[in-house]
Design a binder for this molecule. Structure first.
Ligand SMILES: Cc1ncc(COP(=O)(O)O)c(C=O)c1O
Length: 470
């Protein structure tokens, strides 16, 4: 407990303000170190011979300004972060409305591998205020028992809301009882494959090219992978082999093409032979800019197709919230597997997402971001057409990335490196391929404001001129 030396002048009045000012200076000057516990208000009032209410007022002011933190049972302490980062604000205003949520610069830096990807959304647009409101609502309303170990398949409220959302937006055959809440598509696929490969040896067809980051988790889950080529119509269904296929029909990753209607029909025929199944990765289907997204395959054959999706593109990958819609027997096994693995996903976030969906926040955010991403994609594609017409932009008007086939002599790793140096999020396609293909890179546009696109593309043109090959 700090023994404080505080000087007040009784002639001046505004005693609470004077105490606050003395304490503020002591924190700023380092006399009161972060985390230091302050005297109880009654004790300090006694020392200074003022009423306790005056000290309470001073403490409250500094709590509102961010210099102090106060917790029931733990007393009042100096905030454990450097106070200079905390913007002062008026106490009255702070009481009227929730604290404005602003990103701070003290976010821990991520190792590059785990950081931003070409398919990551613009996280500066994360709806902090509305998400905070949802979390506040949850904490103010859920009974304490709801915070206990819950159903490893997810909280019923979220499964209910998601089922409605997926039926409405993705034409899925989703019901609360066939949905399992998971920590993203990655975990959903792991669990499903783990269960399937326990039932029988699993030969899993995967698109070529495909997300190279998924490959280790597919293998780890016990699947033997069989690459199948992708062309402008999506997965070449005639060349499919295996008992199961992992496919991104709404927006193939990485090529950006959509599975054509005839291939969809052929895939539906394929899956109805024997005990075959389709694993449908619906990772960015909400972002289609030229028309409504095509409905998911799962809605056409819910007994054969397992749908995985997440909020990683719509909200933030760091939330690690996603879902699996599976036939009832498989859903039950996946739920059990999740329970055995780690007992389920964090419940406060699940309730918050349920609230966000129920109150329309999710739809509203998606509408806003769809408009924004469309503008950004258009700007990038326009700049490429103007400055680098030899680059061919593949795929449909959708998602958060473009697939760029490179001009003769351009080297994938170098192009991706130069693009990254110019602030673009870019990756070579080589590691995503099993068989050779035209050199290409994947470039994310979610974080590239429209007015910066021309400058970035011009930079790429200048830096790549001469077609240097590594
Ligand atoms: C093809 C593909 N599927 C799924 C995901 C999303 O994975 P998750 O939901 O686990 O964040 C990504 C993310 O980059 C992706 O590229």
């Amino acid at each position: 407990m700090a023994d404080l030396h505080i000087q007040i002048s009784r002639d001046k009045g505004g005693i609470a303000g004077q105490i606050a000012s003395e304490l503020r200076d002591a924190v700023r000057g380092g006399r009161l170190a972060p985390g230091t516990r302050l005297p109880a208000t009654r004790d300090l009032a006694g020392d200074l011979q003022v009423s306790r209410g005056v000290v309470v007022e001073a403490y409250e002011q500094l709590v509102a300004e961010g210099f102090l933190v106060s917790r029931v049972g733990a007393g009042t302490r100096v905030t454990p972060v450097p106070p200079a980062r905390v913007a002062p604000r008026r106490r009255a205003a702070a009481q009227e409305r929730p604290t404005p949520v602003r990103p701070t610069s003290d976010t821990p830096a991520c190792a590059p591998y785990y950081g931003h990807r070409p398919t990551s959304p613009d996280l500066s647009h994360f709806p902090r205020e509305r998400w905070l409101a949802a979390v506040r609502h949850v904490l103010a309303t859920v009974p304490s028992d709801a915070l206990d170990y819950g159903d490893p398949g997810g909280v019923p409220e979220l499964r209910e809301e998601l089922a409605g959302y997926l039926r409405r937006v993705r034409a899925a055959d989703a019901r609360p009882e066939n949905l399992i809440i998971v920590g993203g598509v990655a975990q959903g696929l792991s669990l499903v494959l783990h269960v399937l490969s326990q039932r029988r040896a699993l030969r899993l067809a995967v698109e070529d090219p495909t997300s190279h980051r998924q490959v280790p988790l597919l293998r780890r889950a016990g699947a033997h992978l069989v690459p199948v080529p992708v062309d402008e119509d999506g997965l070449d269904v005639r060349r499919l082999s295996g008992d199961a296929v992992l496919v991104t029909p709404a927006h193939q990753f990485p090529t950006g093409v959509v599975l054509s209607p005839s291939r969809r029909a052929a895939l539906m025929e394929w899956v109805h032979v024997g005990g075959r199944v389709i694993l449908e990765d619906d990772y960015d289907a909400e972002f289609r800019f030229d028309r409504d997204p095509v409905g998911c395959l799962q809605g056409l054959a819910p007994d054969r197709v397992i749908l995985s999706g997440s909020v990683s593109k719509a909200l933030a990958p760091g939330l690690r919230l996603g879902w699996v819609a599976a036939p009832p027997d498989l859903a039950e096994d996946v739920r059990r597997a999740r329970g055995e693995l780690d007992l389920g996903s964090p419940v406060i976030e699940q309730y918050a997402l349920a609230h966000f969906l129920r109150t329309g926040g999710y739809d509203k955010h998606l509408r806003r971001m769809r408009r924004e991403y469309r503008r950004r994609r258009d700007a990038l594609v326009r700049a490429l057409a103007c400055e680098l017409p030899a680059i061919s932009v593949k795929g449909i008007d959708a998602g958060l990335h473009v697939y760029l086939e490179l001009p003769d002599g351009w080297d994938e790793p170098r192009t991706a490196r130069v693009a990254r140096e110019l602030g673009l999020s870019a990756e070579p396609v080589g590691p995503m391929r099993q068989s050779p293909g035209k050199p290409a890179v994947v470039v994310g546009f979610a974080r590239l404001p429209g007015h910066k696109a021309a400058e970035a593309v011009q930079g790429l043109k200048v830096r790549m001129s001469g077609h240097v090959t590594d």
